[in-house]
Design a binder for this molecule. Structure first.
Ligand code: NIG
Ligand code: FE
Length: 380
């Protein structure tokens, strides 16, 4: 069945780059876009939906989240707001709470978070493991994540769990754990942050990523979050799809990214929730780096599932225009996931769209914190 959507004051298509139409319409056939153009030229369809002269944007692509967890770290957040630094040490508390949760409890927690994302306009979400940190628990986390998305990421190398030797743990992650997890995962990720006692250095991260690649997984990296480090260089060298955080970058890091297919995924909710300096998105964009925005939704560094909030932060704190931030939250996220079927509203692409209760996408940053998403295809 074909559906013609009209009453669109503004349609952001991202086709070509940053494409915006006014008085627009589009036609879908099931999951796929058939036609996009001016309302006056719209073809007939089986059904017609009037959207009330609102703005329509591509569904948000949240390319970085850690939704499979139990427990609460509100007190850790409050301590940070009182001056405590973040070092990844709280991950062990979430690991314990997650291990203690039943499959049904964990599944219900993920379902509620995915529903929260959909309600805020996210149509694709990547979900990482990383709070199980044993063979059985990481495999369980990924099996549950796979019930909600095909963009699943094995993050056994999140931190070294308490009581386990560092070398022994890297052997486990690259051996038995990888074998158990690869069937449920599309990607592998590593928290590469030599400055943190809990995370992994360049050699360990290289071992993890190389093993993942040999197992057929695509590569992603958490890098340069807490200080300058080797994460970006390693991600570019190994051809990772994305390196995420990118808060502390040298000129060499920016050059390397600009000359690569690796996307720099910025997670401004983390800087908001850890009271840290924001990454310099303007510097990356001006150098020609492809930038994505994502939530990083997790109980430690950013317990927000809201892509509109990330867009508002990116505009207010990171030097992006609203249009650039929206592109990064849609087409940029698609590139970070190496997907060509989403992030763009054009014939042949997936009909993943989000309706704003606003005349223009500018309201995504102009009206922060309001329930601006009122409709859309809502499909993670
Ligand atoms: O992406 N930096 C590493 N991992 C997560 C935070 C995990 C946690 O503190 O629970 C992140 O920020
Ligand atoms: Fe993360």
């Amino acid at each position: 069945m074909t559906v013609l959507y009209t009453g669109i004051a503004e349609l952001v298509t991202n086709d070509p780059e940053l494409g915006v139409l006014t008085d627009a319409a589009f036609v879908t056939a099931g999951d796929v876009v058939l036609w996009v153009g001016q309302a006056s030229a719209a073809p007939a369809a089986d059904e017609r939906v009037f959207l009330g002269e609102r703005a329509v944007v591509p569904g948000f692509v949240d390319s970085h989240s850690h939704l499979v967890f139990a427990g609460d770290r509100g007190a850790e957040f409050a301590a940070r707001m009182a001056g405590q630094p973040y070092d990844g040490g709280g991950i062990a508390a979430t690991m314990a709470a997650t291990r203690a949760a039943s499959d049904a409890e964990l599944r219900a927690l993920v379902a509620a978070r995915v529903a929260e994302m959909r309600a805020q306009g996210t149509t694709t979400v990547e979900i990482k493991s990383g709070y199980g940190l044993s063979v059985a628990e990481e495999a369980r986390a990924l099996a549950i994540a796979a019930e909600f998305t095909s963009e699943t990421t094995f993050l056994g190398a999140h931190v070294v769990p308490p009581g386990v030797g560092r070398a022994e743990y890297v052997d486990l992650v690259t051996g038995q754990m990888l074998t158990a997890c690869a069937e449920h995962a599309r990607w592998i990720d590593v928290f590469c942050e030599p400055g943190s006692a809990h995370a992994f250095d360049a050699d360990e991260a290289r071992a993890v990523l190389s093993a993942g690649r040999a197992a057929g997984l695509g590569l992603r990296v958490h890098g340069n979050q807490l200080g300058p480090g080797p994460g970006v260089a390693l991600a570019v060298e190994l051809g990772a799809a994305s390196v995420d955080h990118c808060t502390y970058l040298t000129d060499a890091d920016v050059d390397a990214l600009a000359n690569s297919d690796t996307v720099a995924t910025l997670l401004p909710g983390v800087e908001f929730s850890t009271r840290s300096p924001y990454p310099d998105a303007r510097r990356l964009l001006d150098a020609g780096v492809t930038v994505a925005l994502a939530t990083d939704c997790n109980p430690g560094t950013c317990y927000s599932s809201s892509m509109p909030f990330m867009i508002a932060l990116a505009v207010r704190e990171m030097g992006m225009t609203v249009t650039e931030a929206l592109w990064a939250a849609t087409a940029g996220g698609a590139k970070a996931l190496r997907r060509t079927d989403i992030g763009v509203l054009a014939p042949g692409k997936r009909a993943d769209f989000t309706v704003l209760d606003a005349p223009s996408h500018l309201h995504l940053a102009y009206r922060p914190g309001v329930p601006i998403v009122v409709g859309g295809s809502g499909r993670p």
